[in-house]
Design a protein around this ligand. Structure first.
Ligand code: NAD
Ligand code: UFG
Length: 335
């Protein structure tokens, strides 16, 4: 059984991936510093999986502790989720983001190299396409970032590409996520933001529950059919499964490097999402139209041909599944 280190495995996408790794016959080991997550998630994961999981509370930048863990566990591969992800915070505290995301990843890669573990799946983002490209975004389009968070993702992508150029014994997959939403169908794990959510779907869920008063729709004057901005939403369980596929494909090769989009390839507007959430859960979401949010672009959508061909992966969950699962998680997490 292949042993896989999941950095950031207590977080939103990492925790869902731990379940899919177990379902696919891998042995995940979790490392997280709990900066943006709660240990409670570990117990919830154990409940879903029906077994004890190995967890290390380590910060990526603590190289000696990470090395001790590698010496003990002998990993076959790493799925690297650990990182900070709030765009606004990254503009205010760029050094925090470069230190945590870039410096943290350098320390991880050093330990991997020293322990001859040369297989990594990295959490990148559609943000690396910036505002330069026409939709749908394809992996070979030019990159260009608009904020420090995005720059950390692009810097890590470029670092990994340089490492592969220097040593082709690496197997590296850069997964560029579009907009992950939804929750595990058990309702035991889901997205659990520290503060007031910045992202659309967790915000909608908190308006529906009455915790927040109303949704602000940021702009209805975009050049889109209903004037609100379009995104490519992907169910977190489908996204988790893409990691398992990527791992399986990479581990079969002696040498591997690919950048792959993970989205649904469907574009939905903010208004579409509000309506879909209302319909799926038979409730209403109060909203008002406010000015555009700085830095937002009108449309983001993935071309997912590469994921279909190389990973033999495609999304299975519908928009209705996304909306129902978010609401189940929101309702359960409040009880
Ligand atoms: P998350 O915050 O829920 O999970 C990240 C986890 O990493 C958290 O549990 C956090 O405590 C941990 N962490 C952060 N810094 C760490 C460090 N230095 N050492 C150890 N652990 C650390 O975020 P998520 O939504 O699950 O995102 C996972 C990854 O995917 C991130 O790298 C993020 O940038 C990337 N990503 C997310 C999205 C999204 O919309 N959620 C989109 C594109 C890319
Ligand atoms: N939106 C609102 N009201 C809100 C929140 C969001 O109208 O309260 C709108 C936004 O303006 C945008 C859409 O809903 O048009 C989606 O916004 P999100 O904040 O949920 O997602 P983004 O597409 O802005 O950003 C996400 C991640 C980023 C990542 C990017 C590309 O949060 O980290 O996808 O992958 F960089």
């Amino acid at each position: 059984m292949k042993k896989v280190l999941v950095t950031g495995g207590i977080g939103y996408i990492g925790s869902h991936t731990v379940i899919e790794l177990i379902n696919a016959g891998f042995h995940p080991v979790i490392m997280d510093n709990l900066y943006n997550s709660k240990i409670d998630v570990l117990f919830r994961l154990e409940k879903i999986c029906g077994k004890k999981l190995t967890f290390y509370e380590i910060d990526l930048r603590e190289k000696e502790k990470t090395n001790e863990m590698f010496l003990k566990e002998h990993f076959d591969a790493v799925i690297h989720f650990a990182g900070l992800k709030a765009v606004g915070e990254s503009v205010e505290k760029p050094l925090l983001y470069f230190d945590n995301n870039v410096h943290g990843t350098i320390k991880l890669l050093e330990v991997m190299e020293e322990n001859q573990c040369k297989s990594i799946i990295f959490s990148s983002s559609a943000t690396v396409y910036g505002d330069l490209n026409p939709v749908p975004f394809q992996e070979d389009m030019p990159t260009g970032v608009t904020n420090p968070y995005g720059r950390t993702k692009l810097m890590i992508e470029e670092m990994l590409e340089d490492m592969y150029a220097a040593d082709e014994n690496w197997r590296i997959v850069l997964l560029r996520y579009f907009n992950p939403v939804g929750a595990h169908e058990s309702g035991f794990i889901g997205e659990d933001p520290r503060d007031i959510p910045q992202n659309l779907m967790p915000y909608i869920a908190k308006v529906a529950s009455g915790e927040l008063k109303e949704l602000s729709i940021f702009g209805d004057d975009y050049n889109t059919p209903d004037g609100t901005a379009i995104r490519d939403y992907i169910h977190v369980v489908d996204l988790a499964k893409a990691h398992v596929k990527a791992l399986g494909v990479a581990l079969k090769e002696e040498s591997f490097f690919e950048k792959i989009n993970v989205g649904s390839s469907n574009g939905y507007s903010v208004m579409d999402m509000v309506k879909a959430f209302e319909k799926a859960n038979d409730l209403t979401v109060d909203y008002q139209i406010t000015p555009r949010r700085a830095g937002d672009i009108p449309e983001m959508r993935a071309d997912i041909e590469k994921a279909k061909v190389i990973l033999k992966w495609q999304p299975e969950k519908s928009l209705e599944d996304m909306c129902k699962d978010i609401w189940r998680w929101e309702s359960r997490s409040r009880t």
